[in-house]
Design a binder for this molecule. Structure first.
Ligand code: ASP
Ligand code: MG
Length: 429
């Protein structure tokens, strides 16, 4: 927290700091919100969270200044965790999930204050309006802009505003959350709302890499990326960015910086509208646990409207289709799998409904590997170089051409690590 406070204070232009929860806290809260447990087990997890926060509080010079507020928040948390309806009410779950950020923002503003600067802890629910889709709420940018201009801007003129990522509120004032990892998204939304020039994301890696260095040790950080490339990378598995973060940045033309709070001197990646160069290959991403669905029926021959019926069922069950390939009597598609929710949502009901139309086959055990770049569909030789690198592997499905920034393969999960390694070697080493 002190590192982060220094980063904030080192740049006088930084007026708003959006914080995530302390490490480990949101995972604990998710367990409390989703698992049936005994009173004892609930108490144990609440104590574990308290211990994480107290380790920070105990480092403050004047812990007594935050203690009352912290106790209130911990009481609210315990009350929600023990609430008899917690497992069944999504609004209560979100209120519980919000506690991590509400506590960390209290502590972070105290850290900045102790370093001799005035900081206030601002309740983001006053401005971050969302719909009422608890757990994955969609923000309403126009309302956010109006409320932020009226309520947040004046505060930012007087003090450094510390506020909560990930958390919002619907029109009735009920607490919502934006989905796991949503703090980046909040920062970008507030940057857009207040016409900020820059949104800096300080995380645990020094920027966005050519691929995950845990897969390919020669992966290196990228000095720059375009919004489009970054959005593709986030959607197709790069963990450092939340997929939705680029939308507000793009709309507001806010430059985004990604760097490491542990090593701020190392620099990082700038994400912006126009990059100096637009290489055909920029990065490789992987998304795990992909599900492929194949629907087949002879009725599809020369038929019209069949796909529409299939996708209407998928949409009704709130699944989002990712890759699609078609042949005369069958269609295969993969389902986007945010937070591993497909397994739950692609349930018997969805399949039964599809089966009223056609034969349905569901296959698991795939990973999706994506090469992100520029002008990929129009430049010569781009795909042949990629195919040459993966020639030894079976590609279950290929998607190319819908977008100049992406070529994706569905592969057996056992092969995805060597495939990424081979591609990285061929394209970046
Ligand atoms: N604390 C939230 C989470 O763990 C949001 C975030 O980290 O960005 O998902
Ligand atoms: Mg996080």
């Amino acid at each position: 927290m002190q590192n982060c406070a220094r980063i904030v204070l080192n740049n006088k232009a930084t007026r708003i700091a959006v914080v995530s929860a302390s490490a480990g806290v949101t995972n604990h809260l998710v367990t409390l919100a989703h698992t049936a447990m005994t009173q004892e087990q609930i108490k144990d997890i609440c104590s574990a969270i308290k211990a994480i926060e107290m380790a920070i509080v105990n480092q403050l010079n004047e812990p007594e200044l935050v203690q009352d507020k912290l106790d209130d928040l911990l009481d609210e948390m315990a009350g929600l965790a023990h609430h008899e309806e917690i497992l069944h009410r999504d609004d209560l779950k979100d209120q519980l999930l919000s506690m991590g950020e509400r506590i960390s923002s209290l502590l972070f503003s105290a850290v900045i204050n102790e370093m001799g600067n005035q900081a206030i802890n601002f309740d983001v629910r006053k401005v971050l309006r969302t719909d009422s889709e608890f757990g994955a709420a969609s923000p309403e940018p126009e309302t956010i802009a109006a409320l932020s201009t009226a309520l947040l801007m004046p505060e930012a003129n007087n003090a450094i505003v510390v506020t909560q990522g990930f958390v919002g509120a619907d029109e009735h004032g009920k607490t919502t959350t934006l989905g796991r990892g949503g703090s980046d998204f909040t920062a970008a939304l507030l940057a857009e709302a207040l016409h900020a020039q820059v949104c800096e994301i300080w995380t645990d890696v020094a920027g966005v890499y050519t691929t995950d260095p845990r897969i390919a040790p020669n992966a290196h950080p990228l000095p720059e990326l375009s919004f489009e490339e970054a959005a593709e990378m986030a959607t197709f598995g790069a963990k450092v960015l939340h997929p939705a973060t680029m939308e507000p940045a793009l709309r507001g033309n806010v430059k985004v910086f990604v760097g490491s709070s542990k090593a701020p001197g190392q620099g990082g990646t700038w994400i912006m509208r126009d990059c100096e160069d637009e290489p055909p290959y920029r990065a490789i991403t992987r998304r795990k646990e992909q599900v492929m669905v194949t629907v087949k029926t002879p009725k599809m021959m020369y038929a019209q409207g069949f796909l529409q019926q299939v996708f209407a069922i998928i949409a009704k069950h709130r699944l989002s289709v990712d890759l699609v390939t078609t042949s005369e009597i069958s269609v295969s598609f993969t389902l986007d799998n945010p937070a591993n929710s497909v397994a739950q949502r692609l349930n018997k009901e969805t399949i039964a409904e599809l089966e009223t139309l056609c034969d349905v086959k569901v296959e698991h055990g795939f990973d999706l590997v994506t090469v992100v770049g520029n002008h990929m569909q129009s430049a010569k030789g781009v795909s042949s170089k990629i195919f040459a690198a993966v020639a030894d592997y079976n590609l279950r499905m290929i998607c190319f051409g819908a977008n100049p920034h992406n070529m994706s393969f569905l592969v057996n999960e056992k092969n995805s690590t060597p495939i990424v390694q081979h591609l990285h070697k061929a394209l970046f080493e």
